[in-house]
Design a protein around this ligand. Structure first.
Ligand SMILES: NC(=O)C1=CN([C@@H]2O[C@H](COP(=O)(O)OP(=O)(O)OC[C@H]3O[C@@H](n4cnc5c(N)ncnc54)[C@H](O)[C@@H]3O)[C@@H](O)[C@H]2O)[C@H](O)CC1
Ligand SMILES: [K+]
Length: 501
């Protein structure tokens, strides 16, 4: 599903109005009908008091239209107009008049008003600012937002939590509504998935307001949210007459004394992802661990007992996964250098592989085109240096990815893959996956996909989705706490099958 920026959201709005020959107020009515339908379904027979806080733009207009639908259905409603400006939008005014025609007068609040009383168990609908926010809310509006956040009500934001910008980091986190649920129109917004701002949106629901699908399909977006239908399209089916050679030979090079389990996990994950053959290349001390731990894999040992050093293989792997548990010994660095020079095809580099790159910038030019780097935030910081905020981080990461023609998988609650200047935001995964070895399984899965002939960019996006989905399926059975990396591997088969459920 595409993620549009502010400008494109406005364009699709305008295009739809023209194409469907409707007035803009019709879109607002559709938005309100969707909000009303969602609320009614959630509330069932409950009738809590609903406090609507409406700004003076179209986000506020959505709130006023919703208030009318709620009142007509018999809900107890209080409407507060957050009267921060007299530049009211036309559709706001239209819906204000419609409310008045229904003999309902909202309460206008400004800097001289007392903060409204909000009781536990009540609902707050936040329709103060939508995508039109262009400067921080100040003074009494800030106080009001803080008052709402401190109340014990259930807060539902309309389109966007008020105070969040779509295209930049917030100036002041104290001036953002913290919603339990955000009902956003038609397309998800990038800020709902970034570490610094995701918490404000809470649970995100997408409401279809009938914006023009052709326009959406034909308009390029710099970001997309990868959900089941998107992942399904990436899947490559197998023919009956395939053999293990068809699915490639994956080489997992990594490990050091005390960290051999990581290679075991990545190797298993590559096999479960569907690689035809997997060889683990490890220092000598890991030989028995690997052979006993995963009989389906082959094992090659480097010269050194405890860390990786230059090693020749008698085959050319279709994919290489380098760096897991590898340490940063000089010999290991030389081996990475050798691999990058000799193996012209893309490699996946993770963990200490990334740390070695971070400490040796002269190696960057050797990165084979379309190689995949899978840093967690700490590794990314070592690689790119500090960033000011999430937007700055993404900009720096995009620049790095473009300059070295590599794919970056930025791991997190919503892992973001950067390939060809596009951002792919993953929708699967859960806090149970914040456990040792989880990243090793991801690297194994992606490498297993590359070895089967998936384009590295596709392998990264698809692998991240499958990894998260396997984790979700595991968590359904085990809960978050008990989930360990092995469980992710165990559920990979079900994750594949779920693509078609
Ligand atoms: N296609 C859609 O997605 C639809 C969206 N709808 C809703 O419309 C809003 C966007 O409305 P807009 O009028 O452009 O902006 P806002 O209501 O978000 O903006 C408020 C208003 O206030 C001014 N302003 C901005 N920041 C501040 C500030 N800090 N202090 C004071 N004033 C500020 C700004 O200039 C605006 O004029 C969208 O989110 C949806 O909820 C449609 O109803 C349906 C179609
Ligand atoms: K809002």
């Amino acid at each position: 599903m595409k993620i549009f920026n502010k400008e494109k959201l406005k364009e699709v709005d305008e295009f739809t109005i023209k194409e469907q020959n409707i007035k803009s107020e019709e879109l607002m009515e559709r938005a309100a009908v969707q909000l009303f339908g969602w609320l009614k379904t959630q509330l069932k027979e409950h009738q809590p008091k609903i406090n609507l806080f409406c700004g003076i733009g179209n986000n506020g207009g959505d709130g006023l239209a919703l208030a009318r639908l709620l009142l007509n259905d018999g809900y107890e409603v209080e409407v507060y107009i957050v009267n921060f400006s007299d530049k009211r939008s036309d559709d706001f005014l239209l819906n204000l008049n419609r409310l008045k025609e229904n003999k309902f007068w909202p309460e206008f609040i400004n800097e001289n008003s007392d903060l409204p009383e909000l009781q536990q168990g009540e609902i707050v609908i936040d329709a103060i600012f939508g995508i039109g926010l262009n400067r921080p809310a100040e003074g009494w509006v800030k106080e009001l937002i803080q008052h709402i956040n401190q109340s014990k009500t259930y807060v539902i934001s309309v389109d966007v939590p008020s105070g969040l910008y779509l295209d930049k980091a917030p100036d002041d986190k104290e001036v953002i509504i913290k919603a339990e649920t955000t009902i956003t129109f038609q397309l998800p917004k990038l800020v709902f998935f970034l570490p610094e701002t995701a918490e404000f949106a809470g649970r995100v629901e997408i409401a279809d307001i009938g914006l023009d699908q052709n326009f959406i399909s034909n308009t390029a977006a710099e970001a997309s949210l990868i959900q089941q239908p998107d992942a399904q399209r990436l899947y490559q089916s197998r023919t009956k007459f395939s053999h293990k050679g068809t699915f490639g030979h994956c080489l997992v090079a990594g490990g050091s004394y005390g960290k051999m389990g990581s290679v075991l996990l990545a190797t298993k994950a590559a096999l479960r992802a569907g690689a035809g053959k997997v060889s683990a290349l490890i220092p000598k001390c890991g030989y028995q661990i690997l052979q006993l731990g995963i009989p389906e894999a082959m094992v090659i040992t480097a010269e050194n007992e405890k860390h990786l050093t230059n090693t020749q293989t008698d085959f050319v792997p279709e994919s290489i996964c380098f760096g897991i548990g590898a340490g940063k010994e000089e010999g290991t660095k030389h081996y990475l250098e050798q691999l990058m020079k000799e193996h012209g095809s893309p490699m996946l580099i993770d963990a200490d592989g990334i740390n070695i790159l971070a400490e040796n910038k002269d190696l960057w030019k050797l990165l084979p085109e379309k190689s995949i780097l899978t840093p967690h935030p700490g590794e990314l910081r070592r690689l790119l240096g500090d960033w000011e905020d999430d937007f700055d981080k993404l900009e720096k990461a995009k620049r790095f990815s473009l300059e070295y023609k590599v794919i970056l998988v930025i791991k997190g609650a919503y892992t973001i893959t950067i390939a060809d200047e596009n951002l792919y935001v993953n929708s699967t995964g859960n806090p149970g996956m914040a456990t040792a070895g989880s990243g090793d399984t991801l690297s194994g899965i992606i490498s297993g996909l590359v070895s089967q002939g998936y384009d590295p960019g596709v392998a990264a996006v698809f692998g991240v989705y499958l990894h998260g989905k396997a984790g979700d399926l595991a968590a359904e059975k085990l809960g978050f706490e008990a989930l360990i990396a092995e469980d992710i591997i165990q559920h990979l088969g079900k994750a594949y099958k779920s693509l078609f459920e």
